[in-house]
Design a protein. Sequence first.
Length: 247
Amino acid sequence: MIKLITGEMYRLLHKKSIYTYFCSLAAGYFLIAFIRSDGFNAQSIVNDAFNFFNFLPAIVGGFLFSSIYTDDLIAKNLITLVGFGMSKAKIVLAKIVLTALLGTVIFALAPLLLYVTHAAFGWTATASTMTMVYAVSFKYLLITIGYSALSGIVVYGLQRTTFAMVLYILFAFNIVGSLFKLFLVNMVGVGFASLITDRLMPGITDRIFAGIISGGPLALPVIEYIIYVAIVVMVSVIAFNKKEMEF
């Protein structure tokens, strides 16, 4: 599995489009910051972090999901890996680990981009502000990993790249979550609907974020997150094992 992860990491880091894409995003953010640079203050930096990072699971996570998950289907790399005797469980785990590694790098750099951009226009964030910004970034990193793992079930179970990509984007923009919550509210009422949705990805990551910034309990939501990802991985492995590879 280590060889698969390092091999995939090498492939992605030598993919020119990844640098073009993220440099374009950075330039776009810098341009937006320039347009509204007269309105910066301590609170606006945190608000910018929420607004900016809120889109990262889609615009960053979507690119990672496509590069890590769906590219293998298009290039038929999954067939090659299975043909060479690689365990399907190891493939699923490797993809999760790779998403977490690359996601961590990108979501660690994003607050630095925000800091440098604001500093370039005359506003230097304090340590406490940057702590809050990194907490926001960490929340959306967890969301990106979780939704990538969940959408991966479609990759392994159906082997349909377009469907998997659309599903990921719907998750990332919280469209699926909003529709599901609306359905629950109509079926069981607001109270019970909130109880259920609090145990889904947005609710779990919200409680992890709240624990980080307030010093509250973190153990329970972290355990819930680990259980969530573990269940998704198991379902992915089962779906992958039941699906015949399409040559």
